[in-house]
Design a protein around this ligand. Structure first.
Ligand code: NAD
Length: 490
């Protein structure tokens, strides 16, 4: 990938705030730098929104709400569909942009364009399928009408790890339902959202329906929005502690909320598993996105009779991984998002090793430019190690063993999180027992990735509230209205 291609793309990304259909600088005049985590170099400076900008975005979203809600569902759907088509035409540049600002290998960034784009297509189709109910009441004296209407203006807050998909997974259902939005992407990877919103604009989105705030002051920018009585909904994807703080703020306005929070996924390998499939699944579930996914397998819980073979086979695969800048041919492990992330992963590995875990490969940061950590496998991780309790968010595969099914379930469920679980077994009855027994919102049986725009994505326990995608996704942005009328034929 030539640097001139990269520079040309970065020059075309709009660097302002998008408020009421205008690209504008922050009223404070402030900007901030976006870095390439593979080099540490500044790739673009963009507007740094203030609380005043946030109020302007709130005004714009509120002003556009009624006319957007009154826009025909087919028209709303077609704008999303046109955006999907434009995204397909520009798939390569969106992939490159994500690799530049977030670091994931280009092939994975292309995969995210496919996955993220599907939310635009799926919800373009859902926009025209919003339905209700009509029936006679049990007494036979009246007719009951149940309709769905848009919740109203929404505040969407997204993380840095999937810059496109986390934005489309919220924007598309909100727009399909007839809601206007203010979106605040993470300051580490804001460029993809800006570029996406330029596509929506090109696809004919009316002014004020989507507003974008990029900012290094998340709390200051969010406060005036969350405390504004015109806001009706908060949809957040990010860490559990920030989610909890925002839920408390949302309580004051009795806001509808959707919260996609952290994960600590168990990956259980039974002694009857097809080990080829388990190893393939492990590589995807662990190393996709450099391990920086809420759905990343965090704890490999492997039957003692196959643990050594499983560990040896994954270690062999991990040793063959190519680490480097995501734009380079053949790279499978890019940088972590920043040096803080490298330090945190290093601490988790040191803690486990100091307690007696065996390091099979990796286990160190990589010197030189950028924020790289070597892909790592550790086995025999003792109970109580931090790495089993916290989200690793890095390329470290950590293995514990079990001997019986009940023990596997107990280990899988011994976390405050409950986003996704992976189970590898050839026994269909056991697979069904695991689906019932493991406390997560999603399960993969003999697969290492489950995400799909057509599926309800979301977690239990401290992993969140609500579901994104699937038939459920649009309901997060709709409220139910019930009407009774006397029986018109009486
Ligand atoms: P984060 O919680 O630090 O930040 C998420 C977003 O919240 C960012 O836009 C950030 O700027 C904003 N934010 C931070 N503090 C805020 C405040 N006080 N007020 C308002 N906004 C604030 O998370 P992150 O580091 O960007 O992302 C990683 C986390 O996201 C991990 O825990 C991961 O598991 C989670 N995640 C969850 C899902 C899911 O669907 N469940 C998907 C992707 C990531």
């Amino acid at each position: 990938m030539s640097t001139s291609t990269e520079n040309d793309l970065l020059a075309r990304v709009k660097g302002g705030l998008f408020i009421a259909g205008q690209w504008v600088p922050s009223e404070s005049g402030k900007t901030f730098d976006v870095l390439d985590p593979a080099t540490g170099n500044v790739i673009k400076s963009i507007a740094d929104a203030s609380a005043t900008d946030a109020r302007a975005a709130m005004d714009a979203a509120a002003a556009a709400q009624d006319s957007w809600a009154a826009t025909a569902p087919r028209v709303r759907g077609e704008i999303l569909r046109r955006t999907f088509d434009l995204l397909q035409e520009r798939a390569d540049e969106f992939a490159l942009l994500m690799t530049l600002e977030m670091g994931k290998p280009l092939a994975e960034a292309r995969g995210e364009v496919t996955y993220g784009g599907e939310f635009l297509r799926w919800f373009s189709e859902e926009a025209v399928r919003i339905s209700g109910r009509y029936g006679t009441n049990p007494e036979g004296t009246g007719r009951m009408i149940v309709t769905q209407r848009p919740v109203g203006p929404c505040y969407l807050v997204t993380p840095w790890n999937f810059p496109l998909a986390m934005a489309t997974r919220k924007i598309a259902p909100a727009l399909a339902a007839g809601c206007t939005v203010i979106i605040k992407p993470a300051a580490l990877t804001p460029l993809t959202t800006l570029h996406l919103v330029a596509l929506l604009e090109e696809a004919g989105l009316p002014k004020g329906v989507v507003n974008v705030l990029t900012s290094t002051s998340s709390a200051q920018v969010s406060e005036p929005i969350l405390s504004d009585h015109r806001l009706r909904k908060l949809s957040f994807t990010g860490s559990t502690p920030v989610g909890v703080a925002l839920l408390k703020q949302a309580a004051d306005g009795v806001l509808r909320t959707s919260m996609e929070l952290g994960g600590n996924a168990p990956f259980v390998v039974f002694d009857d598993a097809d080990l080829d499939k388990a190893v393939d699944g492990a590589m995807i579930a662990k190393f996709r996105n450099i391990g920086q996914a809420c759905t990343a397998a965090n704890r490999f819980i492997v039957h003692e009779s196959v643990a050594d073979e499983f560990a040896a086979r994954v270690a062999e695969r991990v040793k063959a991984m190519k680490v480097g800048r995501g734009t380079e041919e053949g790279v499978t492990i890019g940088p972590l998002i920043d040096d803080k992330a490298v330090a945190k992963v290093g601490e988790l590995v040191s803690d486990a090793v100091s307690r007696g875990a065996t390091l099979l490969t990796g286990g160190h940061a990589i010197d030189g430019e950028g924020s790289f950590y070597a892909p790592t496998v550790i086995a025999g991780v003792p109970a109580g190690s931090d790495i089993l309790i916290e989200e690793i968010f890095g390329p470290v595969l950590s293995i514990v063993t079990f001997s019986g099914e009940n023990e596997a379930v107990r280990l899988a469920n011994s976390t405050e999180y409950g986003l996704v679980g992976y189970v590898f077994t050839r026994d269909l009855a056991r697979a069904h027992r695991m689906i019932d027994a493991i406390d997560t919102g999603m399960m993969g049986i003999n697969v290492g990735v489950v995400s799909n725009a057509a599926a309800p994505f979301g977690g239990l326990k401290q992993s969140g509230l609500g579901r994104e995608g699937g038939a459920e996704g649009i309901h997060e942005y709709l409220s139910t209205k019930y009407t009774l009328i006397p029986d018109p034929t009486a």
